[in-house]
Design a protein around this ligand. Sequence first.
Ligand code: P6P
Length: 311
Amino acid sequence: MAVPFTTYLFSVKKEIPHLDDDLILLLNEIASATKEISGKVRKAGLLNILGSAGKTNIQGEEVQKLDELANEILLESLKNCGKASQVASEELEECIVFSNSGYAVAFDPLDGSSNIDVNVSIGTIFSIHKDSVKKPGKEQLAAGYVIYGPSTMLVMSLGKGVVGFTLDIESGNFLLSHPEIKLPEKGKIYSINEANKNKWTSKGLKKFTEYLKEEKYTLRYVGSMVADVHRTLFKGGIFIYPADKKNTNGKLRLLYEASPMSFLIEQAGGIGTTGKERILDIVPQSLHQRVPVIIGSKWEVEKCLEFMKEE
Ligand code: P6P
């Protein structure tokens, strides 16, 4: 039988110095919280938890009922497990401090909420630091996401490569299904919301996407970062959410979207940049800071940077 999540964590403990029992407990808590979220997502239409919660969050975005529920499930789990000192959530204006000891966790409880009501893949993204969420992404101890797609998968890195687990409905366990996820050096897919093309602030980026079309690349854009990055991780290529005239720092948030996803992509052999700097080098200035995101296979990201430098 495939290795269960917790068994896997204990089996790699000796190879990963920072993976202590507390971090294993914390990761296990996050995994079980996302199992509960997965259950709710998969029968949302029967539980009257689809649609808007009738409020807007700190981002100025309309909160969906499932956003709120996922946030509550994660907060409750992280508080009760006693291994998180502070948490930051996309849905909360400020950090919540649980105690003065434990790990710092930043998460997007349900990313891609505009897709919830139309049954398209969404996900939970998490990032774990030693003691503060406001450290550069390169200091993450662990980062990952759970994608609620045709199957529920947990994809994670502890700083030594990327590994994937699939939720087995019968046993209720995340079982090891992808022991080593490696990003292809080059892909044939690019992922960007071309509807915003006339608002992009980089002319080089426009030329890059035109170049990809001449090179017969396919465009795939789900509109859930988790789904678009998951496909990029497995198929290669590039995912971009650039700066535009409306979102001058891009739309995606550093702490719980750009940074954990860049960590995974780099660990899988790719590159994560804003177009100007490595995402993992950025020292966060604010909790909900946004950054432009250009992540994916080395070949495409380096080619994109070449075009952006020419402008
Ligand atoms: P747009 C979802 O709302 C999200 O935060 C990410 O998951 C996704 O990549 C992006 O926004 C989509 O934004 O403007 O293309 O709809």
